[in-house]
Design a protein around this ligand. Structure first.
Ligand code: TYM
Length: 339
């Protein structure tokens, strides 16, 4: 990659191709990347090796991979300016994951809450890959010596682990080989909540499609989902304090705020004493305007696999170049034969 932008920063992030890409993925992550691409070198990955850690996501992986690629591009990520590629196409991710796993104490992994949530009660039967998932994520980031990682809040603990692993490795070899990556968790939408339950995260795996706005939803569907989104029987809040214990309202206001760049206070001022219906109608308009444009563009892109695949192949070549060099340097540092 030609380093024409801010030389000392390298942005890396990724999305799993598990279907049902939603507004949380867009506002919590992808939309922020669109701004970052202007002044930074960026690598955006489709993390298919992560997607196979749970059995329900192992089907339709090819279609879902193309869908994420289309979502990136439709959201405004420019494939000419950035590297867009598929994780399993660059062998260095798996290789580095092993090397890093030798520097990761099991105690660190035992603290990962996402594993506990996903494995549930049946920990003994959970796949090893689900347990070591955060090490693979550290490998994704460190393989490119990335410095900044823009993600939603749910990835914070994994990023802290990536930092710990980078530091442990550097300490062991007494060399600043890996930069210690900075999480970039910014904006009002770092944790969008379900439209049905304001205490639950908006998620691809929620069985209720009504709980989220999908990036593939049509205008009609978006309007219906917002109309049906859970609120309460109290009137629109008159001030910040009246948002306490009203997680669903807070979530809808946060969405509106992120989409319009109006502050929460400005929104309260604009809608107080008005009917909730008026707020919901405006929220729908704002969402339809933005999301259905993305949806239409995604659908168009998904009719042209030749174009999408050429972007991913091109991205793979560029990513591989950086990855191969870093893996070679790393093997040489470790002192392996034949490097
Ligand atoms: P994934 O695929 O679950 O989600 C992709 C991105 O969307 C963000 N996100 C949300 N943001 C706000 N509100 C929500 N409700 C919401 N749900 C999801 C996520 O925080 C994420 O930024 N482990 C990662 C993928 C990954 C990765 C990486 C990310 C693998 N390797 C290296 C960064 C760097 C994941 O499962 O994301």
């Amino acid at each position: 990659m030609e380093r024409t932008k801010t030389e000392d920063k390298l942005i890396f992030s990724g999305v799993q191709p598990t279907g049902n890409l939603h507004l949380g993925n867009y506002l919590g992550a992808i939309r922020n990347w669109v701004d970052l691409q202007n002044n930074n070198n960026c690598i955006f990955c489709i993390v298919d090796l992560h997607a196979i850690t749970t059995s329900e996501n192992r089907t339709q992986i090819l279609q879902n991979t193309r869908e994420v690629a289309a979502a990136y591009i439709a959201s405004g990520i420019d494939p000419q300016k950035n590297i867009i590629f598929v994780q399993s196409n660059v062998a260095g991710h798996s290789e580095l994951s092993w090397l890093l796993s030798c520097h990761t104490p099991i105690g660190w992994l035992n603290r990962m809450t996402q594993f506990k949530d996903k494995a549930g009660k049946n920990k003994e039967k959970a796949p090893l890959g689900l347990y070591s998932y955060p090490v693979l994520m550290a490998a994704d980031i460190l393989l490119y010596k990335s410095t900044h990682v823009p993600v939603g809040e749910d990835q914070k603990q994994h990023l802290e682990l990536s930092r710990d692993i980078a530091q442990a490795f550097n300490r062991y070899y007494n060399k600043e080989f890996f930069p210690v990556p900075e999480p970039v968790i910014s904006g009002n939408a770092t944790r969008l909540m379900s439209l049905k339950d304001g205490l639950k995260k908006m998620s691809k795996s929620d069985p209720s499609d009504q709980s989220r706005i999908n990036l593939t939803d049509s205008a009609d569907v978006i309007v219906k989902k917002i109309q049906k989104a859970k609120t309460d029987s109290d009137p629109f809040p008159l001030n910040h304090d009246q948002l306490t214990n009203r997680p669903e309202i807070k979530n809808l206001i946060n969405i509106y705020s992120t989409m319009t760049d109006l502050s929460v206070d400005e929104i309260i001022k604009k809608f107080n004493e008005k009917d909730f219906k008026i707020f919901k109608n405006e929220l729908s308009d704002v969402l339809v305007d933005k999301i259905s444009k993305i949806s239409v563009e995604m659908k168009k892109l998904l009719t042209d696999n030749i174009y999408l695949d050429s972007i991913l192949k091109n991205g793979c070549e560029k990513a591989e170049k950086i990855a191969n060099k870093n893996i070679r340097d790393l093997k040489s540092l470790i002192g392996f034969f034949g490097v």
